[in-house]
Ligand binder design. Structure first.
Ligand SMILES: C[S@@+](CC[C@H](N)C(=O)[O-])C[C@H]1O[C@@H](n2cnc3c(N)ncnc32)[C@H](O)[C@@H]1O
Ligand code: SF4
Length: 445
């Protein structure tokens, strides 16, 4: 089996209907107008994309490129220029930055530069006193010196891509690090005093058994991270890994039945190890969360860097995925936006519900406060009411007073729906926008 966008049958098709989208290129004045008119709240999140890696993993679906020192330096300067351009365009809106995350690619390849970037954000935006700055990191970067240097540069939270504590899995995924480096990385991050440590683990790997997945999770929890996030290996067709499976160079993935068993094995193993599900795919020993999904889905989130996606609450837009074009554009004083689209209130409402249910609980009063409309009426207009009704009928969801909760049975449905969404929408956006730097129009899926 292959976990691609066609693996999810009718569930995938239903998701596609609610979230299909068309992005268009417009002139800069229009882009600025759309953004400033549609920001839904004063408190905003910031996402910074760092698209460089020391080597490119064949299954990686993200916007990334091979590391070159010279290019990285030009990129960091460009990031600072872009932050300034956007800050200037939005300066009259009284925005306050409440959260900053850097993803990639591999943000842990640099350290003091992050201090400079955050300083630039501070110069152009009002940054809340209790904001947190989190980055994604590769284990091999997190030596003692690096962990301390990152902490000194203002990084509060770290998400480490461990993936597996079995050498064979790491080799198959084309990872640069070994098991030892992952063990060291968690220890060094703890010594350096990060406020939150997440580790990413992967399942649905070719030749991976349920027992070895459970063993992997037990080992990961023995390391004592605050949070463990479980990713099934997705195989979009644009990744080299797809070709490797098709050509028989790598075995196919476990089947759907095993997918379900592996999923619940993660829920039960991690619960037994003292972790509570924060989302259908992430588990924590703390109440805080390393996550960017809430701001991505609900907004407002300002994205900086090549390939970054922003969502104001009413307008979604993506920066060019070409690093060279990105640098060229901002150096000329132009926003590097490649395409954007209006998001109607009904679609934002569906995104809000999908995001809340991914966190396993939706409070109807919160929804109505956010949208100023009765829940049932807006859900009907969004087309999401059918999915909710079916969920309640099948016992995947449970209504308790003002809350809709995802049941243990429903967590599996969420897991399927969530990854079907990722493959059909964000992965398809990346696929199209990495083909050419400035397409006129992009339709997803
Ligand atoms: C941008 S990467 C994290 C940072 C870092 N570059 C790394 O790889 O460790 C985010 C996470 O996505 C997950 N990931 C990578 N390739 C994936 C794929 N094909 N399907 C699902 N998740 C994937 C991994 O768990 C990875 O840690
Ligand atoms: S999985 Fe991480 S390290 Fe590998 S190419 Fe993707 S972003 Fe880079």
């Amino acid at each position: 089996m292959l976990l691609d966008q066609y693996a999810f049958g009718t569930l995938g098709e239903r998701i596609v209907k609610v979230f299909s989208a068309v992005f268009r290129r417009e002139d800069e004045v229009k882009f600025k107008e759309h953004i400033s008119k549609s920001i839904s709240k004063n408190s905003v999140g910031v996402y910074i994309h760092f698209p460089f890696c020391k080597s490119l993993c064949p299954a990686c679906p993200y916007v990334r490129d091979i590391w070159q020192e010279r290019m990285m330096k030009a990129y960091v300067s460009a990031l600072k220029i872009e932050i300034g351009l956007v800050g200037e365009a939005l300066k009259d809106l009284g925005l306050r930055v409440v959260d900053i995350h850097a993803g990639g690619g591999t943000p842990s390849l640099i350290d003091k530069e992050w201090g400079e970037v955050i300083q630039t954000v501070r110069e152009h935006f009002d940054v809340s006193q209790d904001y947190r700055f989190g980055i994604e990191a590769n284990p091999e970067d997190l030596t003692e010196d690096k962990a301390f240097q990152l902490r000194e540069s203002g990084v509060d939270e770290v998400s480490i891509g461990i993936q597996s504590l079995f050498k064979t899995n790491l080799k198959m995924l084309g990872r640069r690090h070994g098991v030892e480096e992952s063990l060291e990385a968690v220890e060094k991050c703890r010594d350096a005093g990060f406020k939150l440590i997440n580790v990413d683990m992967m399942y649905m790997l070719p030749e991976q058994s349920i027992d070895s997945w459970i063993h992997d999770l037990k080992l990961a929890s023995e390391l004592g991270p605050d949070q463990i996030t479980c990713y099934p290996l997705l195989v979009p067709h644009y990744t080299p890994f797809y070709k490797m499976i098709k050509e028989g160079r790598v075995q196919e993935q476990p089947n759907m039945k095993e997918f379900k068993r592996m999923y619940y094995a993660a829920v039960h193993t991690l619960t037994n190890e003292g972790y509570t599900p924060l989302r259908y795919y992430s588990f924590s020993r703390k109440s805080e969360e390393y996550s960017t999904v809430e701001l991505e889905m609900v907004g407002p989130l300002l994205g900086f860097g090549s390939g970054a996606i922003s969502f104001t609450g009413g307008y979604e837009y993506i920066n060019t995925c070409s690093v060279k074009e990105y640098i060229k554009s901002v150096k000329r004083g132009r926003l590097p936006i490649a395409g954007g689209r209006n998001v109607a209130k009904e679609e934002r409402a569906a995104r809000y519900v999908a995001e809340r249910l991914s966190a396993l609980k939706l409070k109807i009063k919160d929804f109505e406060r956010e949208f100023g409309e009765p829940f049932e009426a807006l859900m009907k207009k969004s087309g999401y009411n059918v999915a909710l009704r079916i969920g309640l009928l099948l016992g995947n969801l449970k209504r308790e007073g003002d809350e809709i909760r995802v049941t243990e049975k429903g967590m599996w449905q969420r897991n399927l729906g969530g990854w079907a969404f990722v493959l059909s929408i964000p992965c398809r956006i990346v696929e199209e926008y990495t083909k050419t730097p400035w397409p006129i129009e992009v339709r997803v899926p």
